[in-house]
Design a protein around this ligand. Structure first.
Ligand code: GDP
Length: 424
């Protein structure tokens, strides 16, 4: 298979980074195709533990090309630091193995500020944004005002574009938020400090991908977040501002004509969600605290505690369908190991009716989980590497989930390390 997308089935944080880190071995080009440094892909390998916000998770393998595609938004200051941190661990990163599309959008330093100011203005109604400037920068992209990476290669027109953008930003900053004006010179200085050294990394992503496919190379698309955060199909407005769907991968990468042959959907053995929005079956009190602690459920990008629930099959089925998953990776099975029994949300109840199908977002508030309970396996499975060696009840859990989702579970992950993976 020459192209594969690794995507989140749920609300994000499913463990995509560890799957990309593992599967990257079999692919030549690893591509992040949407989002920005609001992602936090945790990878544990020979370089220790790393949280990647912007860099594709193939960056640890020296023979791979890593690309930030046309659909991404790039905070150059953050990227500079992320690269420095990894270089200090001995990871080799340079223009030969990292490429940035000339059409990717630059997250200028006033976007995170706008994000923070807007969340503050919203008060109790805030979205729980990561405050990395992602929604304001995508807003400007679609208003056709944003600055692209390729602008750095055209200094003769860059200042003019920036003046136009900042003229508009200052109207927003002063009138909506009572802020002092942004100065064009300050942003030019920031671009000189954090943008100029990326000039050798800028490329025509379409040509790169076309060339790679022509010479028989394979592509691994790496998504951020999960299906339920998709701007069109997710829990709008509690979504991200881009599309983390596999169908968007060729578009967001740089070569829309490419196809996605294989879609590996990543889903946890239970459910988690960060930020505001409906989350049917959210666990509070002891059960919630126990699952959160056992799973270390704190955001990789923000450190925020994640909301937790038993596996929500209604949401997960919808995610599998949206992603067109051809196979699944079920992660964090080890986290459930000490439970006597494990509830699974198999359907919702709304107005006395049983719902198997994912409803329209506002209807989720009135939905309650209907559980079936499966027996726990009550032993440590983190060292198991073959499916047959899993305890019977753990296999029964995997097979129950697989049957209800209607998609083969090809990988079962039992620990965060690269090798803590069972391949079926
Ligand atoms: P991503 O954004 O989808 O890559 O997911 P995150 O990195 O935000 O969150 C996944 C977290 O779970 C990370 O801390 C991983 O190291 C960890 N993780 C992934 N797979 C497993 C697993 O099978 N077991 C355990 N215990 N942790 C895992």
């Amino acid at each position: 298979m020459s192209t594969c997308a690794i995507v989140g089935i749920n609300w994000g944080d499913e463990g995509k980074g560890r799957m990309v880190d593992y599967l990257a071995e079999s692919y030549d080009v690893v591509i992040r195709y949407q989002g920005g440094n609001n992602a936090g892909h945790t990878v544990i390998n020979e370089y220790g533990k790393s949280a990647l916000n912007l860099l594709p998770s193939g960056i640890f393998r020296p023979d791979k090309i890593n690309l930030l595609g046309v659909g991404t938004v790039v905070d150059l200051e953050h990227l500079t630091h992320e690269i420095e941190n990894l270089r200090q661990k001995g990871v080799k990163i340079g223009p030969e193995n990292l490429k940035i599309s000339d059409r990717a959008i630059i997250v200028l330093p006033f976007y995170p500020l706008q994000d923070k100011l807007e969340e503050k203005r919203l008060g109790k109604q805030s979205y729980g944004s990561t405050q990395r400037g992602i929604s304001p920068v995508y807003g400007d992209k679609y208003m056709k005002k944003a600055i692209q990476m390729g602008d750095l290669l055209h200094p003769e027109s860059l200042k003019g574009h920036l003046e136009k953008l900042i003229d508009w930003k200052n109207a927003v900053f002063s009138q909506a938020y009572g802020q002092p004006p942004i100065k064009v010179e300050d942003i030019m200085e920031w671009l000189a400090a954090y943008g100029d050294h990326f000039k050798p990394y800028i490329c025509d992503a379409g040509e790169l991908i076309k060339g790679a496919l022509k010479s028989g190379k394979s592509l691994l698309y790496e998504a951020q977040l999960g299906a339920l955060r998709d701007i069109d199909y997710g829990i709008y407005p509690f979504t991200s501002s881009s599309s983390p769907l596999a169908a968007y991968a060729p578009l967001g990468s740089g070569y829309p004509a490419a196809r996605v042959d294989r879609v590996v959907g990543v889903t946890k053995a239970y459910s988690t969600c960060v930020g505001a929005g409906p989350f049917v079956g959210e666990l509070f009190g002891e059960d919630g605290d126990h699952l959160r602690e056992a799973g270390g459920e704190y955001g990789a990008a923000t450190g925020r505690p994640r909301r937790v629930a038993w596996l929500d099959m209604v949401a997960t089925r919808y995610g599998v369908e949206l992603q067109g998953a051809t196979e699944l990776a079920l992660t964090k099975m080890d986290v459930l190991s000490d439970l006597d029994e494990i509830p699974v949300c198999v359907a919702y109840e709304k107005d006395g009716q049983r719902l198997e199908k994912w409803p329209y977002t506002p209807e989720l508030d009135a939905c309650k989980p209907i559980y079936e309970k499966l027996p726990g396996w009550k032993c440590d499975i983190s060292k198991v590497r073959s499916y047959q060696d899993l305890p019977e009840n753990a296999r029964a859990y995997v097979e129950f989930v697989e049957a209800r989702l209607g998609c083969p579970i090809k990988f079962v992950s039992v620990g965060p390390e690269r090798e803590a993976l069972i391949i079926r």
